[in-house]
Design a protein around this ligand. Structure first.
Ligand code: TYD
Length: 140
């Protein structure tokens, strides 16, 4: 079982009525970890590639609450999956130790990111070769 096998889309419950839409992201039921941190990304040009890192500990859920973007996930062993985020009620769950790249941001993209940890730069692996090396070593 590789961490990339745990990457999955999440359909968040929606309680819309005539007043508009309301989407819920509750720990335990909708989000598979306790949320310690929230950040969001907007104003990225379509040719920008963000992310380009793996996290030793952090898990994330990414939701395009407006607009759209793509997320490419790599496992460091040659497998990759591309997900399209284009609905405010659809998220992607990213476990720790997968390599991720976010790109193809629409002009109106607001990418909401929920994280399982407080920010710690030391748990980021920002070099793809280093990430592949760590994956290779951990498989031995
Ligand atoms: P970065 O990880 O490069 O963003 P992305 O994954 O979208 O490419 O983060 C950009 C800057 O923001 C960098 O200086 C680190 C800082 N940052 C924090 O201070 N706290 C956070 O929770 C995050 C996600 C980033």
């Amino acid at each position: 079982m590789h961490n990339i096998d745990n990457v999955r889309m999440l359909e968040l419950p929606e309680r819309g009525d005539e007043r508009g839409n309301l989407v819920i992201a509750e720990c335990g039921t909708d989000i598979p970890f306790d949320i310690k941190r929230v950040f969001y990304i907007y104003g990225s040009d379509p040719d920008v590639v963000r992310g380009c890192h793996a996290n030793r500990r952090s898990e994330f859920v990414l939701i395009n609450v407006a607009g759209s973007s793509k997320v490419k996930v790599l496992d460091g062993e040659g497998n990759e999956i591309i997900y399209i985020l284009n609905r405010p009620k659809t998220g992607i769950y990213l476990p720790n130790m997968v390599w991720k790249e976010m790109y193809d941001f629409s002009e109106d993209s607001v990418l909401l990111c929920l994280a399982s940890t407080h920010y710690d730069e030391n748990e980021y692996i920002r070099n793809l070769d280093e990430y592949k090396r760590i994956i290779k070593e951990s498989a031995q």
